[in-house]
Design a protein around this ligand. Sequence first.
Ligand SMILES: Nc1nc2c(ncn2[C@@H]2O[C@H](COP(=O)(O)OP(=O)(O)OP(=O)(O)O)[C@@H](O)[C@H]2O)c(=O)[nH]1
Ligand SMILES: [Mg+2]
Ligand SMILES: [Zn+2]
Length: 294
Amino acid sequence: MRGVIVKGVGGFYTVETEDGRLHTCRARGRFRREGLRPLVGDRVEITPETDTAEGRIDTILARSNEWTRPPVANLDKLVVVLSAHWPKPDLLLCDRLLLDAGIRDVAAVVCVNKCDLAKAETVRTLTEEYASCGHPVVRTSAKTGEGLGALLSELTGCVSGLAGQSGVGKSSLLNAIVPAFGLETGGRAARTARGKHTTRHAELLSLPGGGRVVDTPGFSLLHTGDIPPGDLGGYYPEFAPHSGGCAFKACLHKSEPDCAVKAAVGEGKIPRGRYERYTIILDTLLESRRTRYD
Ligand SMILES: Nc1nc2c(ncn2[C@@H]2O[C@H](COP(=O)(O)OP(=O)(O)OP(=O)(O)O)[C@@H](O)[C@H]2O)c(=O)[nH]1
Ligand SMILES: [Mg+2]
Ligand SMILES: [Zn+2]
């Protein structure tokens, strides 16, 4: 029987089969020997046990994409959630997530949450910065309900993932959209009991209007996708109108002379923050090349 992994905890995978039933499955031992790890979002073939809600995962079908942070597969869309208030938005993490989506050719949306607490100016700056790189930006408040319709229409009809720092409100947003999800959110009590993270496992949830969404645990460290440094600029759509004007064809837009991208930053046509974080990511890519080939 075919199904999709909606949850995986401690070597047990919950598989929803096409008839809508849930089966708690173990993976075949062969997967471990082959270094293959079933992921939430995986489409699988299972052998159900007769008369119980259990079974065994036999085959993992080909993935359209896979992610290590969060560990999920087959996303159509990534929603990067930022908090416009506390925690302070980690824009480098946001840019890396957008890059990860770009590398996988997965659509990305930026969600600026906690608008009820934020200064209007903070919300505006974040919106402008990310709208200029071509991503839809939705402004939300899980508390007042602002923007939830716009967020829901981004989620409906596809398989999407909510990612971002711990505490930005990913689970709260999903609860506000579908109260029946009943996801645990980061009250103070929940946090002190377990450290910083409230959501501990990725879980794929079905949306009432069709589509699925995965709530993921927040994280801060992220390994930048392994791409040649010269390709990085290609994942910055806001560079595209300018990069043809660089003196060097293989310009990294860093220290080369006559760089049209840097000129555009100087003229305020490309957000400076995005550019500065681009150079940070570029340096990590250059550094990892150096350590590999020395
Ligand atoms: N005022 C306000 N508070 C919010 C909003 N969204 C979330 N919160 C609060 O922020 C805290 C963290 O929310 P969570 O939904 O647990 O955050 P999360 O992103 O799921 O965090 P992890 O599961 O740890 O990754 C909770 O106390 C929420 O009540 C919002 O839009 N406005
Ligand atoms: Mg959560
Ligand atoms: Zn350049």
